[in-house]
Design a protein around this ligand. Structure first.
Ligand code: ATP
Ligand code: MG
Length: 447
């Protein structure tokens, strides 16, 4: 059965494997690429594992890069494409659940497959031997489960990040986590505190941009978010008692992530848009809960969390802006929409409309029609503004700072910036004013 599974290796992968084999060593495509091929998905990259030492691999190919030679990895370059070729290895004891203290090379493929995290990631293939599936990865693909290779407690103790990887793969593939594997996560999740923010960030992005971002609930239930995102645990514990809502804050967040397309910025914006609600909760005399000022609190918390997880500044900028404005009331009239675009930013505004729609869809049915109609109307007005190329930023204002200096007799300096802003405000109120002569005249008048 095993050997009959056929995988179509790309020509270059097949060439590398055959070159190594002709030199008398073993070589296989391994890991994620085999899993994805069996699932009929196109792999992102093809990793190769071999019995040849890094030195021996280097001798076989004219162009190689020492990517991680101490861990046995050499990148073989063919044309402009790189392929990682890694020598069979056994990972030694892990230091503080983080990185292997030392790696030992081994002549046995089986040993190399044994060090891998999950059965579905521990299969190898080449054209001669066919599929090597010692840990029943195919069966687990059929059962749709994520299961550790070997004893889950040992594997998670060696590298705590694997617990997040388990949830991430379950979210990407829509699989369950096998009982013993899930139980071990519940017991060992606190070890994630030892893992670097960068590695956690990578897994969190893959989780939230997957087809099942709501798998974050599993991360909550197993105690993972308690360590990496305790702010989310507070949300799962906060009811909303308000006619606009039918879920607790955390469930509303999960639903809102499902309602938006799988883009990193958008999914993170939904994850954080209400993160400040638990801190702003008040109860009125009728027992209804309110969360006044929560967008500002959510924005501050989002900044703190994204910094803690070492996100880049661009992501931080976009996500915090979307969080800040997610509840901003836009009236569906041209001047109001133009003002909203100016205030939030030209790049942010279309994303904000998506955020608002997802937020809405994750609320109760109370006033749903009215809310939807209003948002649709805002979208229509915005499209009209775009199609008429109306000015909503300095980029398309009919005068520049230089114009003001040369034509309106202004002195270079800070006044230029504030004058441009004033002119932009005028144009946003009335697009017909966006003409050079008119604006220069206005500038002279205002001065
Ligand atoms: P992706 O589609 O996200 O790239 P992948 O399975 O290819 O998924 P990688 O992080 O690229 O994941 O790793 C490649 C392979 O290396 C995995 O399939 C797995 O066999 C092994 N691996 C990666 N990280 C670990 C880990 N932390 N512990 C054990 N094995 C790992
Ligand atoms: Mg990969």
């Amino acid at each position: 059965m095993q050997n009959r599974t056929m995988i179509q290796l790309p020509d270059k992968v097949s060439y590398i494997i055959n070159t190594i084999m002709e030199a008398g060593y073993e070589a296989y495509a391994v890991g994620g690429c085999i899993r994805d091929s069996i699932l009929g998905r196109t792999p992102d990259d093809w990793d190769i594992t071999t019995s040849a030492s890094p030195h021996q691999v280097k001798a076989l190919f004219p162009r190689t890069i020492d990517t991680g030679i101490q861990h046995g990895t050499v990148t073989v370059m063919l044309d402009r494409e790189g392929f990682e070729v890694t020598t069979y290895r056994i990972d030694g004891a892990y230091e503080d659940g983080r990185h292997p203290k030392e790696v030992t090379f081994t002549p046995e493929l089986k040993e190399d497959l044994k060090r891998r995290d999950f059965t579905i990631n521990a299969m190898a293939y080449n054209e001669k031997a066919g599929l090597v599936d010692i840990f029943e990865g195919v069966a687990d693909l059929q059962k749709k489960v994520i299961r550790c290779v070997g004893d889950p407690r040992e594997r998670f103790t060696e590298d705590a990040l694997r617990m997040m990887r388990a949830v991430r793969f379950s979210a990407q593939l829509g699989y369950g986590i096998e009982d013993q594997t899930a139980k071990a996560i519940g017991e060992l999740a606190s070890n994630l505190a030892l893992i670097s923010a960068e590695r956690i960030q990578t897994e969190l992005i893959k989780l939230v941009t997957s087809p099942h971002p709501e798998a974050l609930r599993t991360a909550y239930e197993t105690g993972i978010t308690k360590v990496i995102l305790p702010e989310f645990d507070r949300c799962m514990e906060t009811e909303q008692n308000n006619p606009h809502h039918c879920y607790c804050v955390g469930e509303h967040i999960l639903r809102s992530m499902e309602e938006i397309r799988p883009d990193k910025t958008l999914r993170l914006a939904m994850l954080f848009h209400d993160i400040g609600k638990p801190r702003t909760l008040t109860e009125d005399e009728k027992g209804i809960y309110h969360f006044h000022g929560h967008p500002a609190v959510s924005e501050e918390m989002t900044r703190t969390i994204l910094r803690r997880l070492k996100f880049d500044n661009e992501t931080l900028d976009y996500v915090t802006k979307l969080v800040r404005y997610h509840d901003y009331d836009v009236i569906p009239k041209p001047a109001n929409v133009r003002r909203a675009v100016l205030k939030t930013g030209e790049l942010i505004f279309p994303l904000l409309l998506e955020v608002k729609e997802a937020d809405l869809k994750a609320q109760s049915m109370y006033m749903r029609r009215e809310k939807e109609e209003k948002l649709t109307a805002v979208g229509r007005v915005y499209q009209e503004i775009l199609s008429q190329k109306q000015c909503v930023s300095l980029k398309t204002l009919a005068v520049t700072g230089t114009d003001l200096i040369k034509e309106a007799g202004m002195q270079p300096g800070r006044e230029i910036g504030s004058m441009l802003q004033k002119l932009l405000d005028l144009v946003v109120e009335d697009p017909s004013l966006n003409e050079r002569a008119i604006l220069l005249k206005k500038a002279r008048e205002i001065q």
